[in-house]
Design a protein around this ligand. Structure first.
Ligand SMILES: [Zn+2]
Length: 139
């Protein structure tokens, strides 16, 4: 059974991986989410060292990490051989209780790029010139 996690802030991924593995989970079936909350590639590598997948799933949530930094980090990790351990996905709030997200205008302005299509529109095409390539991994 695959396990997909959510982490808070720019930390907690290493501890989640260690806990799940200690409890008997197969690292090859664990994906630690929200690593895009962190700008620190060393943090990403520390999680990857546990043998798990990581997810850049909050691209566009620039209040944590600007999109350009996420693109740069993903490209760097791909160049260093981690492409088959990185997932790109979307963990966004598109509606809340059946209605568009309501928040004060400055908050909505800060979240303008936190959209379900941001990863596809920004990350993949922009990472190619930086030396990464599209790969598919086998489960
Ligand atoms: Zn989440």
């Amino acid at each position: 059974m695959p396990i997909i996690t959510h982490t808070e802030g720019p930390a907690g991924g290493v501890e989640q991986a260690e806990l799940l593995i200690a409890e008997g989970a197969d690292p090859k079936k664990i994906m630690i989410g929200h690593v895009s909350n962190s700008r620190d590639v060393a943090y990403h590598k520390a999680i990857l060292a546990k043998g798990v997948y990581i997810a850049f799933d909050r691209i566009g949530l620039d209040i944590f990490t600007p999109t350009d930094v996420n693109v740069k980090n993903i490209a760097l990790l791909c160049r260093e051989g981690y492409a088959n351990k990185i997932m790109l996905s979307h963990d966004t709030v598109n509606v809340w209780l059946g209605r568009p997200l309501e928040a004060p205008e400055p908050v909505l302005k800060a979240l303008v790029n936190w959209r379900i299509d941001t990863s596809r529109k920004t990350s993949s095409p922009r990472s190619k010139p930086r030396g990464s390539r599209t790969t598919r991994s086998k489960p």
